[in-house]
Write a protein that binds this ligand. Structure first.
Ligand code: IVH
Length: 668
């Protein structure tokens, strides 16, 4: 029986790995998403029922885990060097000639794209991914294996092939443009800071503590360098082709050039063609093909002498500045925007560019009607990088900065140490009022079914003026708005009703008290349990909570000092919004587990129960671990605990306790 199960598990794993490869590496799926999900579910069910067959490289592990752990540092077996950079084709030519002269025989050059992400080194043993480490300082990096396992184009196990028993393969982890744009859109909705470019987004994602979150971000990877002892092959190109045959994603843009002209052709081609790629690139990398010649050329302290990177120039155009307008953000932040004569740049027509703040305007010494240089580098928002002063006409008006809010006329303020101007009229300035509503309804807050356009429409038609108005909205009026019908009105009403069940910690977050983000709201709600207790708390009492400092505490006191806010809370309470923590949601907050490293394993009464227990570890000051080691204090085991964990615990003599024993520990 168990043998059958084992065989079925293995067959499913092999099949699903293959489908992942077809989909994510070859972009040629052969089964439907539905069939894939069915098979994955079957495998997951079998694995749940038979934890003794757990495998970290199973396709089910691609979804990550919500166990957070700090990364351990790993020393690279071979240092991760960087490449010499150049922006000039002349220098590329010099590099090629120098290498040729040094070698004193014909050389071939492998031309590759320079992917603009974050580099990674993967180690495979017996065809299985065993470790993934970031570049770090080149000598040692972070072990991000759990996160990398969620990247579908990285094979977890290799089908049979001529790969060495142990090897490293290096490459670049990337966030595709489409994912990046979607992510930033979501972050904007949540009022979270935006990522400037896909590179930052990829490296930020790889460093997330929760691999389930990483899995959602849909990273991709290209591999470009195989290392190890006796890896076979005489040329770099051959190694790349081998890597491809082993199941790795190697770019199809790799070419072997036999002359300087061919290298230049490659550079010129990709300088424009790269705009059609789904991922960011910032240049090309040129590598001597022969591995013997590479060894002869050797390394400097920082980089190989057998490779160089040619970086593409950021695209830049010159156009006329027509007008500077000012946008008021949801937080009251004022952003100056340059309105330009339309100009074609990096594949799109640019009409507007951000000028960021008053300091940048004065540094540029801008005048209306100036000819300005607009650049679009790795960033997607174009920026003005300079002025063509030779083309400046006489008597042009300097661009100043406004002193009143363009939306509500309130005098602007500039806080000490901040570059931006703000409109302080948070309760009466329309974009800020709409912003508060947008935050309140957002997914992580009250999760009410209305988008930004809907809010604009309801607000502009005076159906809502603040968040409490959502609860008394007139269905008749609503269904008569342009673009709205009875159905969409009902849907909104339903989700408003449902929001009355949203637990208090999320309500507290939804109120939009400055600096009170999701995690601060959770901590404060857990510590004080009700809005009344928070309101009554002193500055000092608020600051006693872990991670709550002066600015958050001060901001909370300020919020409750305003009568308007208190009245709003009372209205929300009357409408049925949760203003205290439900006892079932409440967990003990304390430090009973401080200094202890704890593992939760096996299944409990419900799948959520395990997450709750894990949450309790953190809430009580303990640290969650994912694998047993000498530092493990104890294991909380449910039904069918992970057999490898139990085996290791028995070897080390680690204590294993039940859920009840655990609860007793924190409830004492
Ligand atoms: S080869 C010893 N090939 O560029 C040379 N690097 O400064 C190893 N990169 O850290 C790197 N695309 O993150 C190589 N096709 C490519 C690349 C590439 C992007 C990145 C990589 C490296 C940096 C070099």
């Amino acid at each position: 029986m168990t043998d059958d199960v084992k065989a079925r598990i293995e067959a499913l794993r092999t099949e699903l790995h293959k489908h992942n490869y077809n989909y994510y590496v070859l972009s040629q799926p052969v089964i439907s998403d539905y069939d894939f999900d069915q098979k994955l579910r079957e495998l997951q069910d079998l694995e749940n029922a038979h934890p003794e067959f757990f495998d970290p490289n199973s396709p089910t592990q691609r979804v990550g885990s919500d166990v957070s752990k700090e990364f351990s540092q790993v020393k690279h077996k071979y240092p991760m060097l960087s490449l010499g950079n150049t922006y000039s084709k002349g220098e590329v030519q010099d590099f090629l000639l120098r290498a040729q002269k040094f070698i004193n025989e014909d050389i071939e050059i492998v031309c590759e794209l320079k992917f603009d992400g974050t580099s990674i080194s993967l180690t495979y043993k017996d065809g299985k991914l065993v470790q993934a480490v970031t570049r770090g300082d080149g000598e040692k990096g972070d072990d991000v294996t759990a996160n990398v396992r969620t990247i579908r184009s990285i094979p977890l196990t290799l089908p049979a092939g001529d790969y060495p028993e142990e090897f490293e393969i290096r490459g670049e982890i990337l966030m595709p443009w489409s994912v990046f744009e979607q992510l930033n859109k979501e972050r904007e909705e949540q009022e979270e800071p935006l990522f400037a470019n896909p590179r930052n987004a990829a490296s930020g994602t790889l460093k997330l503590q929760n691999s389930q979150e990483v899995a959602k971000r849909r990273l991709d990877a290209y591999l470009y360098f195989v290392l190890g002892e006796n890896i076979g092959g005489d040329t770099h190109y051959e190694m790349l082709q081998k890597a491809k045959s082993w199941g790795f994603k190697v770019s199809d843009a790799v070419r072997v050039a036999k002359s300087v002209d061919e290298v230049m052709e490659y550079i010129n081609y990709w300088d424009t063609e790269r705009k059609n790629l789904p991922v960011a690139t910032d240049g090309v990398v040129l590598k001597v093909n022969s591995l013997r010649q590479q060894r002869e050329l050797g390394y400097t302290a920082k980089s190989p002498r057998w490779a160089i990177a040619y970086k593409f120039k950021a695209e830049r155009e010159c156009t006329r500045l027509r007008e500077v307008t000012y946008q008021v953000g949801r937080t009251g932040k004022i952003t100056p925007v340059a309105n330009l004569d339309p100009v074609q740049l990096a594949g799109t027509v640019v009409k507007r560019a951000s000028l960021h703040n008053a300091d940048i305007i004065s540094e540029l010494d801008l005048r209306l009607d100036d000819m300005v240089y607009v650049e679009k580098g790795g960033e997607i928002i174009p920026k003005i990088v300079g002025v063509d002063k030779d083309a400046r006409k006489e008597n042009l008006l300097p661009v100043g900065f406004i002193d009143k809010c363009p939306e509500c006329g309130t005098p602007l303020v500039r806080l000490e140490g901040e570059a931006a101007h703000y409109c302080p009229n948070e309760d009466g300035c329309p974009p800020q009022m709409k912003g508060k509503i947008a935050h309140f309804v957002s997914r992580k807050a009250m999760d009410i079914n209305i988008g930004e356009e809907g809010i604009d429409l309801l607000f502009d038609n005076k159906l809502i003026g603040d968040v409490a108005d959502l609860y008394t909205i007139d269905l008749n009026m609503l269904s008569r708005l342009p673009g709205w019908g009875v159905k969409s009105a009902m849907k909104l009403k339903e989700s408003v009703e449902k929001s009355k069940e949203v637990p208090f910690d999320r309500v507290l977050f939804a109120l939009g008290i400055r600096y009170v983000g999701e995690s601060a709201a959770q901590k404060i709600a857990k510590a004080f349990k009700s809005i009344d207790a928070i309101k009554a708390a002193s500055l000092e009492q608020l600051q006693e909570i872990d991670e709550i400092g002066e600015s958050i505490a001060g901001s909370i006191k300020y919020y409750f000092s305003k009568e308007k806010n208190n009245a709003l809370i009372e209205r929300l309470r009357d409408y049925g919004v949760q203003m205290e923590l439900n006892t079932e949601d409440a967990t003990v907050v304390g430090d009973k587990l401080a200094g202890l490293n704890i593992i939760v394993t096996g299944s409990f009464a419900t799948p959520q129960r395990r997450s709750e227990l894990e949450q309790m570890v953190g809430d009580n000051g303990g640290k969650l671990q994912s694998s047993v080691n000498a530092k493990t204090s104890f294991i909380v085991a449910g039904e069918k605990p992970g057999s490898s964990k139990i085996k290791k615990a028995n070897e080390l003599g680690t204590k294993i306790i039940s859920e009840d024993e655990f609860l007793a520990m924190i409830e004492q």
